[in-house]
Design a protein around this ligand. Structure first.
Ligand code: PGA
Length: 252
């Protein structure tokens, strides 16, 4: 069955010195825990020091974005090869903050996802509706569009590497969590859609994380839902104890 995956999305937090301290705390908290896949998605400037700190541990290194071109005139962007050299194995793509503030579209998400896969990186592709879209009854429609367009053209073994994060935008950093029923409903809908796109066998293997104000006190219940396979954690990943408590909450 699917191994739960809990990833910290540090966003634009933690200098190198702060990252070193936080990772030391997380490593101590989760040492020896192998039933959950654990990922730390740190800012680009922390990747080097984090890669060294995490070598040989049970915590994988993740980035928060990737460009689709191999190299060239793309000021401010980072390529797959640059990430791989630092030991990165996961990369968050299409986070709602990137869609909202940096013009990320389903099309750019698709290009980044394909580039990550082509380089052997595991993409964590984020989808989710805004509050206005939910209130207008468009949740399913929006998420379906994001999944279809964001994953267009994926084939065969690509699906095995893919992780999806369902993050209702209205729940991110707001303290409002989707109820377990609301989250499970969308997760099930995404898995049905994946069945259509990737085939039933692949769809049954793809991990779908929930994200949006996941905390130690709600993680266990959310992750116990049949189609929720872990979490993408923002605020609560910035402190070793709360992140580790969520990881422990994902044990099945
Ligand atoms: P949050 O962020 O846990 O702080 O709500 C989650 C995310 O944006 O990935």
């Amino acid at each position: 069955m699917r191994k739960p995956i809990v990833a910290g999305n540090w966003k634009m937090n933690k200098t190198r010195a702060e990252a070193t301290a936080l990772l030391a705390g997380i490593k101590a908290e989760v040492a020896g825990l192998s039933a959950v896949e654990i990922v730390a998605c740190v800012p680009f400037t922390d990747l080097d020091v984090a890669g060294q700190a995490l070598k040989g541990t049970n915590i994988a290194l993740g980035a928060q974005n990737i460009h689709w071109a191999e190299k060239g005139a793309f000021t401010g962007e980072i390529s797959a090869a640059m990430l791989k050299e630092l030991g990165v194995t996961y990369v968050i793509i299409g986070h709602s903050e990137r869609r909202q503030y940096f013009g990320e579209t389903d099309e750019s998400v698709n290009k980044r996802t394909k580039a990550a896969l082509a380089a052997g990186l595991q993409p964590i592709v984020c989808v989710g509706e805004t509050l206005a879209e939910r209130e207008a009854g468009q949740t399913t429609q929006v998420v379906e569009r994001q999944v279809r367009a964001g994953l267009a053209g994926l084939t065969g073994a690509d699906w095995d590497k893919l992780v999806i994060a369902y993050e209702p935008v209205w729940a991110i950093g707001t303290g409002k969590t989707a109820t377990t029923a609301q989250a499970q409903e969308v997760h099930a809908c995404i898995r049905r859609l994946l069945g259509e796109l990737a085939g039933a066998e692949a769809a049954a293997q793809i991990r779908i994380q929930y994200g949006g104000s996941m905390k130690p006190d709600n993680a266990k219940e959310l992750i116990s839902q049949p189609d929720i396979d872990g979490g993408l954690i923002g605020g609560a990943s910035l402190e070793a104890k709360s992140f580790a408590d969520i990881v422990r909450g994902a044990l099945r």
